[in-house]
Design a protein around this ligand. Structure first.
Ligand SMILES: [Zn+2]
Length: 133
């Protein structure tokens, strides 16, 4: 399939781990191509459709900068939840922005700008922390 026909992904909706199977084979199949896979990524595309595909296939889709930022945020939030840690203010702000965008309260451009602003604030904070140690 040509990558030029794939819709641009604007928001990560998370990754489903379908777990290892007993027989050592992949436990799920990719909704995109049907190949066996374990981790299925879900994402909202620019055209409003929901895309689901395994790790190898999700790489083929063009993505907005906000997509990568939201994917990393969801990974961090899950990790902190698993550890019983409080979420950071940046990640909470990004979750709020995701909600507003999905509810149609803000346009894509605003959503992307707000997500990237929080991601940059977070990066700047940790850079400063390293520098001042
Ligand atoms: Zn696939």
């Amino acid at each position: 399939m040509s990558t030029t026909t794939l819709p641009r992904l604007v928001l990560s909706l998370g990754v489903d781990d379908n777990g290892p199977s007993d027989n050592g084979r992949a436990s799920a199949s990719c909704p995109h191509c049907g190949a066996p896979g374990r981790y299925i990524h879900r994402a909202l595309a620019e055209d409003g459709s929901i895309v689901a595909a395994m790790s190898g296939c999700i790489k083929l889709f063009p993505k907005s900068k906000a997509f990568d930022a939201t994917a990393r945020t969801l990974e961090r939030v899950k990790e902190r939840t698993d550890k019983g840690w409080k979420q950071t203010s940046w990640d909470l702000a990004i979750l709020d922005t995701i909600g507003d965008f999905r509810n149609g309260q803000i346009e894509f451009d605003v959503y992307e700008a707000m997500v990237l602003h929080q991601a940059r604030s977070r990066a700047a904070y940790y850079q400063n922390k390293r520098r001042n140690r």
